[in-house]
Design a protein around this ligand. Structure first.
Ligand SMILES: [Zn+2]
Length: 236
């Protein structure tokens, strides 16, 4: 099952100090939470599922974490067992970025990435993760992928994050991280469907995309249809 932790309880106690941050045009509003999606080594340059310029968002993300504070920031971490169903290597004759049919529908296949306990699954070393922040680990069901931090790709299995949002009374959600066209998109869309949530925005400049054919365009269209607003956080 997906699981929700306090960062210190999963060994995340050595958070780096935030170095100089760029100027941001953001203030946290009442009832607002920040979700930082999958800023992990495997999604950054040199990683197994490299998102182009994935590490370029770090100064903005750290600046946002500083603004929202640990108690109003939730981090997500892709966290797969070896042999996961989303890995091309788990399917004979398939290559990364092919698709296959799983029990719950069509699944894009990926290089092996974010294997539990591996360096690639760790947060980027420059990401500021306060030790008392909430961390949602997803994708740990070997048969089901989970782009969203709320609901796995079977559209049934819940991670428990919606209950956290509701119990803390959040009404506004801002989403950043990797990658815009997959996990950020699905997380933002599910946030918009949460009970009591009236506004979801994505700070586009604090995201980067995988960029498979058509994925950025379909993410933009789908987010707009669900009233998720795209904004920028850096002061121009
Ligand atoms: Zn994954």
């Amino acid at each position: 099952m997906p699981s929700i932790h306090v960062a210190a309880d999963v060994g995340l106690t050595a958070s780096p100090a935030s170095t100089s941050s760029p100027a941001l045009s953001v203030t946290r509003e009442d009832g607002e939470v920040l979700i930082v999606v999958d800023v992990q080594n495997d999604f950054c340059p040199g990683g197994a599922l490299e998102v182009p310029e994935g590490d370029a968002i770090l100064p903005l993300v750290n600046g946002l974490v500083n603004i929202y504070g640990a108690e109003h920031t939730i981090f997500t971490q892709d966290w797969h067992p070896g042999g996961h169903a989303s890995f091309a290597s788990s399917h004979a004759g398939k290559n990364p970025y092919d698709t296959t049919e799983l029990e719950y529908g069509t699944q894009t296949l990926w290089p092996d990435h974010c294997v539990q306990g591996s360096k690639g699954a760790q947060f980027h070393e420059q990401l500021v993760v306060p030790s008392n922040a909430c961390v949602v680990r997803k994708g740990d069901n070997i048969k089901v992928d989970s782009y969203s931090a709320f609901t796995e790709n079977d559209q049934k299995t819940l991670t428990g994050l919606a209950d956290v949002i509701k119990s803390r009374g959040y009404t506004k959600v801002s989403v950043v991280g990797l990658a815009f066209d997959f996990c950020v998109r699905w997380t933002a869309e599910d946030a918009a469907a949460c009970e009591g949530v009236t506004r979801v925005r994505v700070f586009r400049d604090a995201t980067r995309s995988v960029g498979l054919p058509g994925t950025v365009e379909s993410a933009e269209e789908s987010l707009a249809a669900k009233n998720v607003v795209l904004e920028t956080c850096a002061s121009s």
